[in-house]
Design a protein around this ligand. Structure first.
Ligand code: SAH
Length: 481
């Protein structure tokens, strides 16, 4: 993959732009350049009538003749719009030598700048580029945006532009201003504009501006980020992430999900390190939540999966409640539900599994708080949230308490992520199968009759691995032990 293009919006007002070529293609480019206020000079031996008219009207300048590199003198930008590839190339070479940006119409490979597909709503522009590699895809997306973006967005952008100074004076502080915008956009102004009622829109705007902005009141949203695939974040979670001032996130939260958050939000990783002091980490999280919310920030506490499933989310709410801080909770898709789906394992089954249990806290610090006799009962699916080191103990206990050694399992590593792997087999050889394929955290174990369907219903990522599948990755000594 080549490095991506750097997007820019250029102010061409009163800047000299050379267009080489005087035909229909050149004409389209000239129109677009004139609309941006550029001072257009067209260089060509001959001009088609409509271009000649522009020259006659004094709206553009004409240099007659074959391309000469000196035409580039004083130009900020050149557009090569001839149907002659040799001339287009000569234009680019000369432009490169003079450090003038060059665009060749319909030839991304020669161009040092490319013109994006765009959607315009008044002063609001959405520009789309595929880097020249997939122009049809960019066009498809453009058509979609054309459908989705309401025409009145242009009026809205215009209104905000006109009122910019008043808004700034009313709310000099950026946080207050942002809250004003959020409230404004959620309020009646956009719908008045959609109906074309500019008077009502202006009145609603004036009313919103006059409303006393209450002093910044911090809050915390406890948000479930889901298991990793960003498509599994909820819309509510996405909106809250878009409004966040500060994001406190676990290590388990994927980069793809974090990439969806507001760009200028402060991101603080508060993940628990393996072998670290979890209580100290938790105390620090509590302190950070309170500190930032008290400072008037909109804090998002972003957790892997669902915040209330083995996430200590309840403890965090207790702290917020005790400090009188506003909070909300946005659920996420928990690992068991997500991994089951992405491994083709229905968690319940009319005959084999009438209940599902989400289980954790296996063998940490040597303690074993698990009710093994209850777990060993048949006709239920078990979903274990745990590290892979406790698997032998788990197998031994379940079999000792009566669960059939032949009970199927599906062990899902990095569930829903691009590097998801699934190991399947039966309970009696679970730890061996996991060791053979060097399964690492995060991994979720699904145990029960339903796990057998992972073979047939597998649809995401590579085929499930079995004890006798060739090991693709050498286990380290520690893992093998
Ligand atoms: N609140 C989280 C769970 C946190 S406990 C949730 O609702 O999902 C951490 C455990 O979750 C890990 O040890 C692992 O067993 C499981 N887990 C989380 N994300 C996972 C993923 N993408 N794939 C497999 N297991 C995952």
């Amino acid at each position: 993959m080549p490095a991506p293009l750097f997007p820019l919006f250029i102010d061409l007002r009163d800047r000299r732009v050379l267009v080489v070529g005087g035909g229909a293609v050149a004409r389209r480019k000239i129109d677009a350049l004139l609309a941006s206020g550029a001072r257009v000079v067209v260089g060509a031996p001959a001009l088609e009538p409509s271009v000649a008219t522009l020259v006659a009207e004094g709206r553009i300048e004409h240099i007659a003749g074959r391309f000469d590199p000196n035409w580039l003198n004083d130009a900020w930008l050149v557009v090569a719009a001839t149907d002659n590839p040799i001339i287009n190339r000569a234009v680019c070479t000369a432009a490169e030598a003079r450090r003038v940006w060059a665009n060749v119409v319909d030839d991304a490979s020669l161009s040092s700048v490319q013109v994006p597909s765009r959607v315009e709503r008044g002063p609001l522009q959405v520009a789309i580029s595929s880097g020249g590699g997939a122009p049809m895809l960019a066009r498809h997306l453009r058509e979609r945006l054309e459908r989705e973006l309401d025409e009145s967005l242009g009026d809205l952008a215009g209104l905000l532009d006109r009122e910019r100074e008043r808004i700034r004076q009313r709310f000099p502080e950026i946080g207050a201003r942002r809250r004003f915008f959020d409230a404004l956009l959620a309020g009646p102004v956009p719908s008045h504009l959609r109906r074309g009622d500019h008077g009502a829109a202006q009145a609603a705007f004036d009313a919103a501006l006059a409303t006393d902005a209450s002093p910044a009141r911090g809050s915390v949203a406890l948000v479930g980020a889901g298991p990793g695939d960003p498509g599994l974040l909820t819309l509510r979670g996405l909106r809250v992430l878009n409004e966040a001032d500060v994001i406190l996130h676990d290590r388990l939260v994927s980069d793809e999900v974090l990439a969806l958050a507001r760009r200028d939000a402060d991101r603080i990783e508060v993940g628990k390190q393996v072998g670290g002091d979890h209580d100290a980490t938790q105390a620090r999280i509590h302190a950070l939540l309170v500190e930032h919310a008290r400072a008037g920030k909109r804090v998002v506490r972003l957790k892997g999966g669902d915040p209330f499933v083995f996430g200590r989310g309840g403890e965090e709410l207790d702290v917020l409640h005790a400090h009188g801080i506003d909070f909300e909770v946005v659920p996420g898709i928990t690992a068991a539900v997500a991994c089951a789906a992405y491994a083709g394992v229905p968690l319940t089954h009319r005959e084999h599994a009438q209940s599902v249990r989400f289980v954790t806290a296996l063998g940490r610090d040597g303690s074993d708080p698990v009710d093994w006799p209850a777990l060993a009962r048949e006709r239920q699916t078990l979903a274990f949230y745990m590290g892979v080191s406790g698997l032998a103990h788990l197998r031994d206990q379940l079999i000792a308490h009566g669960r059939a050694p032949g009970t199927p399992f599906a062990l899902v590593e990095n569930g829903t992520r691009a590097d998801q792997r699934v190991v399947t087999g039966t309970l009696d050889t679970l730890p061996e199968a996991a060791a053979r394929h060097a399964v690492k955290a995060p991994a979720l174990l699904i145990l029960g009759e339903v796990a057998a369907s992972a073979e047939a219903l597998h649809w995401f990522g590579p085929q499930p691995l079995r004890l006798d599948s060739p090991a693709r990755r050498e286990p380290t000594m520690a893992e093998a032990a």
